[in-house]
Design a protein around this ligand. Structure first.
Ligand SMILES: NC(=O)c1ccc[n+]([C@@H]2O[C@H](COP(=O)([O-])OP(=O)(O)OC[C@H]3O[C@@H](n4cnc5c(N)ncnc54)[C@H](OP(=O)(O)O)[C@@H]3O)[C@@H](O)[C@H]2O)c1
Length: 197
């Protein structure tokens, strides 16, 4: 299969691309490097990516940011950023990939543990993660006519990320282990699922 991994230079995306590349042709995409550059907040750049890479069998998106901070401190800009990057950015990925992806293909998106296990400071990110999971469940119903599957991985805290944040990495899951959930969704028959590794 030909698999496009967006966010392939990130902590999770790099491990996903590496895990899949043993079995499949992988196109590594990020904003600033990789085989292709694209910005998920910019539909024109996604259309350029997908038209250039077509035909392909799967898209995995491990990209998109959100603002973390106390609700009283979150600004309109923080909400705009979270909604346009992690939520609408990944909605853009699905909508722009649809005309180009092969029938029988799959699209795998990324939410996160804060959708179901919120914490103080996570209001914007929890909002976006829940929205994305709802979107994916509904989109999966419509794309199944073409056999195109839509799923979400909801990663727990990743060990490498906790380490970068100066926290105890043992409270997280190694990115290589999280990546296995993405690889499974590319290859199995799941549709409309939210997977928590
Ligand atoms: N790490 C965790 O503990 C954790 C836990 C739960 C959920 N998640 C979610 O998993 C996703 C990936 O997290 P991560 O820790 O791997 O992030 P990361 O290390 O910061 O990597 C992000 C990747 O996405 C790319 N990217 C960022 N914004 C983009 C955009 N607008 N368009 C295209 N590419 C973009 C980056 O490329 P450039 O470097 O070129 O900008 C990079 O390749 C995020 O949505 C995050 O919320 C992460």
């Amino acid at each position: 299969m030909k698999v496009i991994v967006i966010g392939a230079t990130g902590v999770i995306g790099k491990e996903v691309a590496d895990a899949i590349s043993g079995q499949h042709e992988v196109v590594r995409v990020s904003r600033n490097s990789g085989d292709f550059q694209a910005d998920i907040t910019d539909k024109a750049s996604l259309e350029k990516l997908f038209s250039a890479a077509a035909p392909f069998d799967a898209v995995v998106c491990c990209a998109g940011g959100g603002a973390f901070g106390p609700l009283t401190g979150l600004t309109d800009q923080d909400f705009d950023f979270s909604l346009s990057s992690k939520l609408m950015g990944q909605v853009n990925v699905v909508r722009t990939a649809m005309p180009f992806i092969r029938d029988g293909g799959s699209i795998t998106l990324t939410s996160g543990v804060l959708s179901t296990q919120p914490m103080p400071g996570s209001a914007a990110i929890s909002l976006v993660n829940c929205g994305l999971e709802g979107f994916a469940r509904a989109a999966a119903l419509e794309l199944r006519d073409r056999g195109v599957r839509v799923n979400v991985v909801s990663p727990p805290w990743v060990s490498e990320t906790l380490q970068m944040m100066g926290q105890d990495p043992s409270g997280g899951m190694p990115a290589s282990e999280v990546a296995r959930a993405y690889a499974r969704l590319v290859e199995d028959a799941s549709n409309g699922q939210v997977i928590s590794p």
